[in-house]
Design a protein around this ligand. Structure first.
Ligand code: ZN
Ligand code: ZN
Length: 455
């Protein structure tokens, strides 16, 4: 029997600054190191004050900011620590983290957030120099005297995303990271671990723990519904806006749209894609071996640049003839390309705004999706309220996260002794815990709580 310890320093019963400390034999390792998507300033960081010693390494599951956004800060705090991720994730972190510095710099001015930026471009460069890229399923030791042996395994969520397998003498732990069990357009579903690998502890995401009947919606079914609705708008002379995350959803949706156009399912109008998503798209090109082998990634050059969306004339010009625009941010944060383009579109009735992912109830995207016609909303920080005349606002389910039934199946496939539910609202982690067998020892951690895990 061998005991290891778990402590959440961010992202306990929430989708927050995901970061989990694993301790064994006096050594500590950090799984993920994210920034809280809904908080601003220093409070968006994981609670590093809860650490009693410097971690020997950071292991990053994938390039979304709620998993890697605090890496440059942590690497500056812990100069002896190394960082490990898959090769694509290291590349993606480079783009995402430099972008994060720029966004924080803008928010420091716009909203007078004094803590911003939490790190600089040179901090990002310095952190990445200590960041090692690895292939899937290659076991390594983070340091020469580490009690941990580590390997990354394909998790099906976005390019480079990984579940992390940690082995110590007598204890094996699997951290799911963000997982998708089914195929998306480009990403193949998660590779299940061999049943021969006995896992003592599973740390599992619970993002969609509150979403009912997810199993009745298939990716291809949503593609069909999306195609019909897009065709209607374009045929009526309107434009379609698809607010989208820069990493994952953007590349997936552009390739869905391209396939639908090639198959004459939707009219062959220009397709536009916004900035950071294009930069990430180039990384998808670099690592096509990591995508579904039967798919061909469409060339980025097929998709036009949007231009300067901060210029009202450019936006109005864009909407003059039918087109499809895929733009960040996915939840339509004020002042982002998707918000600024939507601001023009809602004044007219012929367009369509199609959301394709999770919308937090406090976001502009959620408010716009649910707004009554005639209601007013602000699309810019401190901007004038705009009356919403556009009725065609819809949501499509192109989630890159496993539904809760699939997560339960994953748990039973792995059949661990201990399960720790993370990365979900309290209702989501509670549903997951209530709907998995009582034979497992189950934990829903709060921030700072130390859990001793026995094998
Ligand atoms: Zn993610
Ligand atoms: Zn996540």
């Amino acid at each position: 029997m061998s005991t290891i310890t778990f402590r959440a320093i961010g992202g306990g019963a929430e989708i927050g600054a995901n970061s989990y400390l694993i301790g064994a034999d006096g050594h500590d390792i950090l799984l993920d190191c994210g920034l809280h998507p809904k908080k601003e300033g220093r409070v968006a960081l994981p609670e590093f004050d809860l650490l009693t010693q410097a971690p020997e390494a950071l292991l990053v599951s994938h390039g979304h900011i709620d998993h890697c956004g605090a890496v440059p800060f942590a690497m500056r705090e812990f100069p002896g620590a190394a960082c490990y991720a898959t090769h694509p994730t290291v590349n993606i972190m480079d783009r995402m983290l430099h972008n994060s510095v720029s966004v924080m710099g803008m928010l420091a001015v716009e909203r007078e957030i004094r803590d911003y930026p939490l790190y600089t471009h040179s901090d990002v460069d310095a952190a990445l120099r200590r960041c090692h890229g690895l292939n899937y399923e290659r076991e390594f030791s983070p340091t020469w005297d580490s009690p941990f042996r580590v390997s990354f395994h394909h998790s099906g969520h976005v390019l480079g995303s990984a579940s992390v397998l940690l082995r110590t003498e007598g204890h094996t732990l699997l951290y799911s990271g963000d997982v998708c069990m089914t195929h998306q357009e480009l990403m193949a579903g998660m590779t299940l671990l061999d049943k021969e690998v006995p896992v003592d502890t599973l740390i599992v995401e619970s993002t969609r723990g509150t979403v009912e009947l997810g199993h009745t919606i298939t990716f291809e079914g949503e593609v069909d519904r999306f195609a019909e609705e897009v065709a209607k708008v374009i045929n009526d002379g309107g434009c379609v806006l698809v607010p989208s995350f820069a990493l994952g959803r953007m590349q997936e949706l552009l390739n869905v749209i391209s396939r639908l156009q090639a198959n004459d399912r939707i009219p062959d109008v220009p397709v536009y894609a916004s900035g950071l998503g294009r930069a990430i798209y180039e990384i998808y090109h670099k690592y096509t071996d990591f995508l579904r082998p039967e798919k061909t990634l469409r060339p980025l050059a097929e998709f036009n640049r949007i231009g300067d969306v901060w210029d009202g004339a450019v936006r109005r010009n864009l909407l003059r003839s039918p087109c499809i625009i895929v733009a960040t941010s996915g939840m339509m944060t004020e002042n982002t390309p998707s918000a600024l383009i939507a601001m023009e579109m809602v004044r007219d009735t012929k367009h369509g705004i199609f959301f394709v992912g999770y919308l937090d109830s406090e976001t502009l995207g959620y408010k716009l999706l649910n707004a009554e016609i005639g209601e007013t909303l602000s699309f810019e920080v401190d901007g004038a309220p705009i009356k919403v005349r556009l009725g065609n606002r819809q949501s499509f389910n192109f989630s890159a996260h496993a539904n809760r039934e699939d997560l339960c199946k994953l748990i039973d496939h792995i059949a661990p002794k201990n399960i720790i539910f993370v990365h979900g609202d309290p209702d989501a982690t509670a549903w997951m815990s209530q709907n998995t067998s009582a034979v497992y020892r189950k934990f829903i951690p709060t921030i700072g709580e130390t859990i001793a895990l026995e094998s």
